[in-house]
Design a protein around this ligand. Sequence first.
Ligand code: ZN
Length: 296
Amino acid sequence: MRYAIFSDVHGNLAALDAVLDDIRAVGMQTGRRVDQYWCLGDVVGYGPEPGGCVARVRGRCDICIPGNHDWAAIGKLDLADFSEFAAQSAHWTRAQLSETDYNYLHANRQTTGVGDFTLVHGSPSDPIWEYLTTEDAAAENFPYFDTLYCVVGHSHLPTVFLQRITDHVAPLRARTRALTNRQLTLALTDPYGPTRASLESGELSANSNRSTSAMPCEHVTPAPGVFRVPRGYRAIINPGSVGQPRDGDPRASYVIYDSDEGFLFRRVPYDLGRTTQKIRALGLPERMVERLATGT
Ligand code: ZN
């Protein structure tokens, strides 16, 4: 099987179209087209073409799960908890969505499973909000899914966490865990999303203050190219972000999984000028242009 897996489009249609073109191009080159397209959430939020992105995802993806920005835009999260800017952005985004777009984002399930995969936006224990960027946080989350792989988005950083499979099978934990108010505030008050530094410090992880008795796991930052999960390991995998990368590389990031080959991490240049022009024409914050140009 081959699956195209991407996340965090954030209303950047030029980046999304470049990724969809690249998926087709890889299929042509290898003679093996993907069987399914999966989107791990945050189709909209901040970016200038939310409606176009939802239409594209709706038309192309076999599965799309919701992210925090999708829920903010359709009123599923209480905007009273958001910073003023984030609330304004959510209102603006909502006004750009058609009824069909709205209904599509509304209907998507928080978590779903396909074969060896569990799909969530944040983490398996807290699908909408938790950032998985530290080994401790990831280690705590392995017992929350029962498949070989879990694919996540939300941090905008291409990442792999590996955990060795042992004879001892931990019981699958309940899928409810509240985020503290402080973490929620941190996540919501930065109008442009958290920086890599704040993500890697672990301060946005719901697990950061807990002592962990979880099995350890290993953090890998995958380079573009094929990553094979070693036999005897489970993995949590983040394909990075299509429309707002934050790892210092402004190119769109996504993954093609091939059950024979492994995980192909791709970086794709796109027409940044088109997105920049739209951001400026709409009067959206200039800081967004800077962060897209630098991938931060
Ligand atoms: Zn996001």
